[in-house]
Design a protein. Structure first.
Length: 239
């Protein structure tokens, strides 16, 4: 998956933009600033493997492809490499963004022991920290929360449910879910008398700060190369 998605790798590097996802806006801004390498954490053509045969006659795909060609930008996806690093820069960046370093469990990477709050209080913290315009929740808003599991991105129901079981967390904060998997597990837990909560902050919100953190790491090993992080931004809002 960590491959060049589009562009000429033979061009001279003029500068780097990191981002969660190389949207058309990110590509334009990078090109306008003279940076011709965009490092995107996620795929750019609307599917996990960036397969494009099915988009051959699609006008949205064609316009984005033309934009990349016209600007001379090269887009490289950097996903597995980042997540294979120890510690994971995405996890580290999100922990720093939240200010949760001192609350991290020493044995379980994704578990945090927070000062006592409620599900609604934790939701307010997420909204403030990430500027979230649309946050979905499941569980009693007044339920107490101290043990919080944080699941970045979209690892799927198996991973998220295993994390809840492993950590015995009160609340799972995650990027996104399959709605009939993790959410139904938490709903059934509640119906059985086990108070559990779920906060969905959005995939981009759950990883963008990690890519910004990774950008800082790159700057330290690539001195002299113009390097900027441009957030892709949360695409969702409430209406």
């Amino acid at each position: 998956m960590d491959t060049v998605k589009q562009g000429d790798a033979g061009r001279i590097l003029k500068g780097i933009t990191t981002t969660f996802l190389a949207t058309c806006d990110v590509i334009r801004k990078s090109a306008e600033s003279g940076r011709n390498l965009v490092i995107s954490h996620e795929p750019i053509f609307y599917n996990h493997l960036d397969e494009t045969d099915w988009l051959k006659d699609d006008p949205v795909y064609a316009e984005k492809k033309k934009l990349i060609d016209d600007t001379g930008v090269l887009v490289w996806r950097c996903h597995d490499v980042v997540h294979s690093m120890k510690p994971d820069p995405i996890q580290a960046g999100m922990r720093k963004k939240l200010g949760w370093e001192k609350y991290a469990d020493p044995a379980l990477q994704n578990l945090y022991h927070l000062p006592k709050t409620t599900l609604s209080g934790l939701a307010d913290e997420m909204k403030t920290t990430f500027g979230i315009r649309a946050l979905r929740s499941l569980g009693d808003p007044d339920m107490p929360c101290e043990k919080v599991a944080f699941s970045i991105g979209a690892p799927g129901g198996h991973s998220q449910i295993r994390l809840l079981k492993q950590t015995d967390a009160d609340v799972l904060v995650c990027g996104e879910i399959h709605e009939w998997e993790t959410s139904e597990y938490i709903r059934d837990a509640g119906l059985q008398g086990s108070r559990k909560g779920l906060l969905l902050i959005g995939h981009a919100n759950s990883e963008e700060a990690g890519m910004e953190y990774f950008s800082g790491m790159l700057a330290g090993i690539l001195p002299g190369i113009p390097l900027v992080h441009i957030p892709a931004g949360d695409p969702f809002r409430s209406i």
